[in-house]
Design a protein around this ligand. Structure first.
Ligand SMILES: [Zn+2]
Length: 478
């Protein structure tokens, strides 16, 4: 949306703002809008402006707002956390200047379902479109946005970010797809949280009810309960946003919801009841009265069981819906998203994705080579699994979590790179601190930084953090 003097709702939007240091900013495109404010690009590279909104009107500057923004800088936010904070407070309007890379877009823009986009040329999609146009649009949209792999990676990084805020005692309060940004280019997956206005210690946030319509926790929305923001309400908003961005559907809009819309003829009231938890969630395993028929079946196949379990623990009335302490924590979400991400395999023919070690695509029946890596703990139990499609010459980075286990501070760290060459498998160690030995069936164990074998299976013996040796099996399934 471009900025005009006459705003969309008939009130004046500023075209220019001045900060406390007398720097002038020309407002350009609006890049995000929530209930409490809007964010604009400015003529200055990498600087954006947040303006506070109340009842769809821009709020004038006040000492209270200024103190609130400036006090954010005093919170114990880890220095390496990608979260934007106020650089300078504005003079006339309640708002501030913050830093945001130019090549980042909101999750809302990154994962929105836009059926008008030009279709991807894909034989399988064309075939699906003749049977079910809606599913074809959903799949086309998913492929265009980088598929499940990009989606899980983006949400895993977000979960790590929120987990680290929770770790130091801070509640974010108003998580939504408008407040988290991702690299525009699909080559990168940098994730930033913006709009930290409500960030504070839980003892303070629990006195305020802040939410984005449709994704707030029921204890905040329900007037009779009227609790404030907590770690648990952050976890709820995260799960609700993830579900809605993935399925483009509200988690509580099923058959019962539709009936109520018709019977009561009062959408505001029915949506309020929905957000208070009056209807079961659409994939509830114990109550199917509000089931999501139609496209729901498709998503039940698309969402891996370990993530479906976390959604159920958040939304089921018997679990976390009314018992907030039972909701999965951000650390649990981050771990399960990483497990799912590492097991995601993309079919090179139809571009659709699946999980696990099968070499045949369940969507289009195409068979293709697969790399599987399994790390075992000392007592022989499976510790972590990775599966990835592979082509001759392709390089694949193997995350450090296969050796060290999942750590929110190590999500981008790589242990090995692996290449399938004309001579077989070539593995090269990239993490300096790892102590490793390689072995295949012919050779004994060899301590080296790289290893090549003509065998389709090789073993790596790794000494990661904490001196726990891991046996890692690498298999090429052709
Ligand atoms: Zn396929």
């Amino acid at each position: 949306m471009e900025i005009t003097e006459q705003g969309v709702d008939g009130f004046v939007q500023p075209t220019e703002c001045v900060d406390e240091f007398k720097h002038k900013y020309r407002l350009l495109k609006e890049i995000a809008r929530g209930g409490q404010g809007a964010v604009y690009r400015t003529h200055a590279p990498r600087l954006v402006i947040k303006l506070e909104l109340s009842d769809h009107r821009f709020v004038q500057a006040s000492k209270a707002a200024r103190d609130k923004y400036l006090s954010l800088r005093l919170l114990p936010i880890p220095k390496d956390l990608p979260i934007t904070l106020p650089l300078a407070v504005l003079e006339k309007y309640s708002g501030y200047v913050m830093r945001l890379m130019d090549d980042m877009i909101s999750f809302r823009d990154a994962f929105n379902c836009n059926g008008d986009d030009a279709p991807i040329e894909n034989e399988w999609l064309e075939n699906i479109a003749t049977q079910n146009q809606n599913i074809a649009i959903i799949c086309c949209n998913l492929i265009k946005h980088g598929g499940m792999r990009r989606f899980w990676q983006a949400y895993m990084k977000t979960a790590c970010l929120l987990a680290r805020l929770h770790e130091v005692g801070l509640v974010y309060c108003d998580f939504s797809a408008n407040n988290v940004f991702i690299s525009d280019s699909q080559e990168f997956c940098n994730v930033w949280l913006i709009d930290a206005d409500n960030l504070d210690f839980e003892e303070n946030t629990c006195q305020h009810r802040v939410w984005t319509p449709g994704i707030g926790a029921p204890e905040i929305i329900d007037e009779y309960v009227a609790k404030g923001c907590t770690f648990y309400s952050d976890c709820y908003a995260f799960a609700a946003t993830l579900f809605q961005q993935l399925t483009h559907h509200h988690p509580f809009e099923g058959e019962l919801f539709d009936e109520q819309v018709e019977e009561l003829d009062d959408i505001v009231q029915v949506e309020y009841l929905r957000d208070c938890g009056e209807y079961p969630w659409v994939f509830d395993t114990t109550d199917d009265s509000n089931i999501w028929s139609g496209d729901g079946d498709f998503y039940q196949n698309l969402i891996p069981p370990r993530l479906m379990a976390l959604l159920n623990e958040t939304f089921s009335a018997e679990e976390g819906l009314f018992h907030k302490q039972r909701r999965p924590s951000m650390a649990e979400w981050a771990y399960s998203l990483a497990r799912s991400l590492d097991e995601t395999v993309r079919c090179p023919k139809c571009q659709m994705e699946r999980y696990g070690k099968k070499t045949v695509c369940p969507w289009c029946d195409h068979e293709h080579p697969l790399l599987t890596i399994t790390s075992y703990s000392q007592n022989g139990e499976i510790w972590w699994q990775l599966a990835h499609e592979i082509e001759l010459g392709q390089n694949i980075s193997i995350p450090l979590r296969l050796v060290n286990g999942f750590k929110v501070r190590e999500i981008d760290e790589v242990a090995f790179t692996m290449q399938w060459t004309a001579n077989g498998i070539y593995i090269h160690k990239t993490k300096e601190s790892l102590s490793i030995e390689f072995a295949d069936r012919k050779m004994g164990r060899v301590a080296a930084s790289g290893f090549e074998t003509t065998e389709d299976t090789l073993y790596i013996y790794c000494l990661g953090n904490g001196n726990t040796a891991k046996r890692i099996e690498v298999r090429l399934i052709k």
